[in-house]
Structure formats: C-alpha cells, structure tokens
Design a protein around this ligand. Sequence first.
Ligand code: PRT
Ligand code: ZN
Length: 300
Amino acid sequence: MTDKPARIKIAIQKSGRLTEQSLDLLQRCGLKYSRGPDQLIAYGENMPVDVLLVRDDDIPGLVRDDVCDLGIAGMNIVEERRLHFLEQDPVEPFRIVRTLDYGHCRLAFAYPDGSAVASVADLRNRRIATSYPSIVRDYLKRHDIPATVVEFSGAVEIAPSLGRADAICDLVSTGATLAANKLREGETILESRAVILQTPVAVPPEKIEWINRLLQRVEGVMQVRESKYIMMHAPKSALAKIAALLPGTEAPTVLPLDGLDDRVAVHVVCRENVFWETLESLKSIGATSVLVVPVEKMLA
Ligand code: PRT
Ligand code: ZN
C-alpha cells in the first residue's frame, strides 16, 4: 500500500504546431518537469502529473482508451476521431472540457481557380480530397450532397492539379498555402482551436484532486490571458456606454479628476481581449488617455 496520489497522464503533441503552447500552458499551471531529448514522457517533478508526448492523431484514442486522463489536441483532429469512433461504437469517446486560446485554424473547402466547381452547391457527384474524411462525409450527409471523398494523408492541396479531385477540404490559417496552389477558399465547415479532452470514464477518487486542480489552474491561466486592465478618462455621462463596450467587466472603479466636474477616471478589468475597434469606439464617446495593461495574475 502506498499513500502517494495516483499520477495523472496528459497527452500533448510531441513536435508540431501545438507543442510549444501546450508545454507553456502546463508550465503556467505550475508544472515543472524533466524531459530528456527524444523522451516520450516528461515526468512532473512538483506535481503528480506526467506528460506523454505523442503524434496529435493518437491523442483522442489515448484519452478514449483511458491510457491518458487528459489530452490536448486541435478540434479538427478531435472531431475527426470522434466521428470515426462513433461509427464503431455509439458511446461518446471522450469529453471536451476546455477550449483553449491557441491553434486557431479552420477546415474549409477550396476550389481550383477558374474551375466550374466553385461552391458547395457544385460538389454533387464530384471528388473531394481531404485528410478529414469523417468530418467531410458527415457534412455532405447532413447537407444531402452525394459526392466522393478521396482520402489524402497530407499534401491535400496538390490533389486537384494531379487530377485526383475536383475540390479539397483542408485546414486553412493564413490562406497562403491555398493561394500558392491556385486554390480559392470556400465554405468553412469547422472552426478549430486546441481543446482539452478528458477520459469518458469516471475519475477515480485518487486522481480527482489533481485533475480538478490542473483544470482550475488552466481556467485561471486562460482568464488572465484574456483579461486586460483598462484605464481612461471619460465623460461621466458615458459610463453606461463604456460598460456596454467592455464585455465581461465588473463594476468599474470611478475616480474624480482634479478640477474637472464632468469627467472622471475609469478603471476596469475586462475579461476579454480588447481590440483596436473597441478603443476607437471608446474614443468616439469621449474617452481620452486610454491605457490597456495586461494582467499578471488574478484571484477571482
Ligand atoms: O506529427 P503530428 O501528426 O503530431 O503533426 P501534424 O503534422 O499532423 O500537425 P501540425 O503540427 O501541422 O498541426 C497541429 C494542429 O495545429 C492541427 O491539427 C491544427 O489543429 C492546428 N493548426 C493551426 C494547423 C494550422 N493552423 C495550419 N495552418 N494545422 C495545420 N495547418 C496547415 C494546413 O494543413 C495547410 O497545409 O498549414 C497549411 C495552411 O496554412 P496557411 O497559413 O498557408 O493557410
Ligand atoms: Zn497529425
């Protein structure tokens, strides 16, 4: 018998677009780990949390099979694998417990420049190349479009020029890859970000504390990243409008300004990112000296 808490395993991408930010997230949650070069497991030194470094495609399966308690992967991979697993067994294979703020991309159709196939409506009885066959088939079925899905494991964008497909459905971020391959972006069928998956089985009591702690810390890290402290001078009469422009804001601190009766200093914590458009709108209702400052830590 041992009193040690059971160790939690979290699977993340070993080497790819999500690796750096996933490791950074875990570090911000307080995890210190040791990892040798090419090691597949990084052992947590100060928390009973070990990190499995694997290909992103394997992460949903590892979580479904309860080999890992948690996993981080792109929604594109997660949804593709989910639909695939559901074909074999109609039980939800895992739970998505948090959407993260990195790995943004979209799964979209794209059509060759100058082709007669230029929108989803033209896809009837055509061939679509993709690495996401389950998502694409599901979309076509839901929209009642009979078409052939041609599976490619990579380099999908060259399928039309090879004569293998009339259109593609692939991940797009900036659109540069499509443009370089003379393809025009069409309809988006999935907006994707990295997400945290949790195993579908009930969490054993010896793991509950640390799984909850980790997920709560992720919540804290996300909240801080999305939060901004905003300071400005504004007309007293504009306070309601300012609150409406800054979503997720708690009651603002309003301070008098020396020698000015109609203007005040306003300080607010805004729990969403603040864009230039918002600052321009604040200015248009009379705000001046607007400062937006990042938040380091927050205890709600
Ligand atoms: O080896 P492993 O299997 O783990 O990695 P991988 O090669 O399958 O995945 P990787 O590292 O390329 O991507 C990991 C995850 O990052 C994806 O599953 C997405 O969730 C997310 N992501 C975000 C992207 C992109 N942006 C992206 N732009 N994944 C791929 N791309 C590719 C896309 O497939 C296309 O080839 O980039 C190209 C398009 O980019 P733009 O900027 O030219 O539009
Ligand atoms: Zn992959």
